[in-house]
Design a protein around this ligand. Structure first.
Ligand code: SF4
Length: 204
């Protein structure tokens, strides 16, 4: 079972295949072998995740990134445990790459619990409106996903030092990118325009 993998200077952590979206561009379907065999036959326990991370030479990495084939917020309670344990013995920067639907997935506002867990929350915005998001990302929450994502970003900013919304270069018009910059500003976070399947993100 491949729980960790390297991308650039980051140590990436794969905890689940599950996702609330079914994005047209997801590497789970478009490039399944892009990072080797990351498809998990079963989800690792929180102890297995911690052990897999601690078995790596953490000094080699600039950050630990919870990303994975699926949406890490499905494993939020376990990831929270792992991060807290890591911080007891290691001086590490920790980021999560998420689709921003963590509050919907966990059926509660988890943003206060992000404090001290992550140094950075990177959220895929992917579109300039709820309608266009749904056309590309096909969330199980339908058009409720997009406003929930923006609300998650706004609330997360109260508890996490850095919150970033991301869009993928070449997938939307300049006008839409401008709209995304305004949306990011309206919720008090930054927007990053990243490359398609960029070197620092598997799929989010
Ligand atoms: S790209 Fe990310 S959010 Fe979209 S389906 Fe894949 S894992 Fe889920």
């Amino acid at each position: 079972m491949k729980i960790t993998y390297e991308v650039g200077s980051g140590l990436y952590v794969n905890t689940t295949n599950r996702c609330s979206n079914s994005c047209d561009f997801c590497v789970r379907t478009t490039a399944k072998d892009f990072y080797g065999d990351l498809w998990l036959e079963r989800e690792p326990t929180k102890e297995e995740i911690l052990e897999a991370i601690l078995s790596c030479d953490l000094k080699k990495y600039s950050e630990i990134v919870f990303c994975g084939y699926g949406e890490p917020m499905y494993r939020f309670d376990d990831i929270k445990y792992v991060c807290k344990k890591l911080r007891e013995s290691e001086s590490v920067k920790i980021r999560v790459n998420t689709n921003g639907q963590g509050n919907l997935i966990n059926k509660r506002d988890i943003t206060p619990e992000l404090a001290g867990v992550f140094d950075c929350v990177s959220i895929s915005l992917n579109a300039a409106s709820a309608e266009s998001y749904e056309k590309v990302c096909h969330s199980i929450y339908k058009e409720a996903a997009y406003p929930a994502l923006l609300d998650f970003a706004k609330k997360a900013k109260e508890y996490v030092p850095r919150v970033v919304l991301t869009v993928v270069e070449g997938t939307m018009s300049d006008k839409d990118i401008k709209t995304c910059f305004s949306l990011a500003k309206s919720v008090g976070v930054e927007l990053r325009v990243r490359e398609y399947i960029s070197s620092d993100s598997q799929n989010k």
